[in-house]
Design a protein around this ligand. Structure first.
Ligand code: MG
Length: 382
């Protein structure tokens, strides 16, 4: 049997360049509308950005953590601490990115902090080589499937109006958030109005196994999947629930690594995985998980963290990787921000697909005046 090379091989071999300056910049952008989930409602995006400067080239990356630990244990504050005090000292010019990743394993968890550095270095290397990020990944350009995540709404009429707008834009699928008390009847209302819609739901861990009978009612609505119905850290109970449900379970919060994905698949805890590149520690681990899932017939898509244009561009490039078979949470910028910090904004083509931003690196241009306007903290680390 010949072993296939690692899907991230092209990135593992890249050499860490000498970096002259590293800054951490926190920006705060108002959302166009509040984004509600079963765990919290966010009204602003507070993003921790990293700025790398090397021989006159400037590269940005975005940490996908929130200012709070409501979706995930990492926060902008913990990421700043881990990057500054533990990860950045491990970065050494001349070593391979694969070796840097090995060094980072000494720090347990904190994938979002790790991904910030990895993505920043990848963007920097791509800019220095004059190559788009997907080309650096060894992946051909392709148009990306779009998808939209609709937060909890105050009324079913508001929800139906939001779904209608998404359908008019030809989004590849619609995800609606659910929570206890705002589930079966709300899904029924959407399904009755839009019988052919590619629809899925996301509970962000709001239910327990004692809600199995209720969750089984979702089987009536021909959903693509139900995302993270049970606890944010659970795999085992999802396996028990998947046996009871006709609808595929998708795991999001529970998957932090390739090992978690392997455990979930072996246990039968899910038939689909949502890869958030930050949550699993970066692009290289994301590519490994995606290939692993594809080899086992498990669907994969790229989740979103309501990123600014920097993180959004990373997710778009990632979706050129092998294994991304389903529409992700990649939607138009104007759903979130009136004015993003990077140009061009993400827009859907008339067919609902998204073009990869052209040009070297991420292909987006961070606008310095907008960073200055939105910055609430700026720290030079070296
Ligand atoms: Mg989710």
């Amino acid at each position: 049997m010949t072993l296939k090379p690692s899907p991230a091989a092209a990135l593992e071999r890249l050499v860490v360049p000498k970096v002259d300056h590293v800054d951490l910049v926190t920006v705060k952008l108002p959302f166009v509308a509040p984004f509600g989930t079963s765990v919290y409602t966010w009204t602003h995006k507070e993003a921790l950005l990293m700025r790398l400067e090397s021989a006159g080239v400037t590269a940005w990356s975005e940490c996908v953590s929130d200012p709070d630990p409501f979706y995930f244990y990492e926060t902008n504050g913990t990421a700043r601490h881990i990057i500054k005090d533990f990860l950045l000292p491990l970065v050494e010019p001349g070593i391979a990115l694969g070796e840097l990743e090995e060094r980072f394993r000494h720090v347990r968890g904190h994938g979002m902090a790790k991904a910030t550095i990895e993505n920043g270095l990848l963007n920097l290397i791509a800019l220095q080589k004059g190559q788009p990020l997907h080309e650096l990944m060894g992946r051909p350009a392709k148009r990306i499937m779009s998808g939209i995540s609709i937060g909890l709404k105050g009324s079913q009429a508001e929800l139906l109006a939001a779904v209608e707008r998404a359908m008019a834009k030809k989004y590849g699928r619609v995800k609606m958030k659910i929570k206890k008390g705002q589930d079966v009847e709300w899904v029924r209302a959407v399904r009755e109005r839009f019988p052919d819609l590619r629809l899925m739901v996301d509970a962000n861990g709001d239910y327990s196994l004692s809600d199995t009978a209720l969750l089984k009612q979702l089987d009536a609505f021909d959903l693509m999947m139900v995302e993270q119905p049970l606890s944010y850290s659970d795999i085992f109970e999802h396996a028990a629930l998947q046996k009871e449900l006709k609808t595929a379970i998708c795991l999001d919060e529970s998957i932090h690594s390739l090992a978690d994905a392997a455990a979930a698949i072996a246990l039968g805890a899910c038939r689909i995985i949502n890869i958030k590149q930050g949550r699993v520690g970066g692009l290289m681990e994301s590519m490994r998980i995606a290939r692993f899932c594809a080899d086992r017939g498990v669907g994969v898509w790229s989740g979103g963290m309501d990123e600014t244009g920097i993180g959004r561009a990373v997710n778009i490039h990632l979706q050129t990787a092998e294994g991304f078979s389903l529409p992700g949470d990649t939607s138009e910028t104007n759903i979130y921000f009136d004015e993003d910090i990077a140009d061009p904004p993400v827009v859907l083509g008339p067919d609902g697909f998204i073009d990869i931003p052209g040009g070297p690196g991420l292909g987006v241009r961070v606008v310095p005046e907008r960073i200055l306007k939105r910055a609430i903290r700026w720290e030079r680390l070296c």
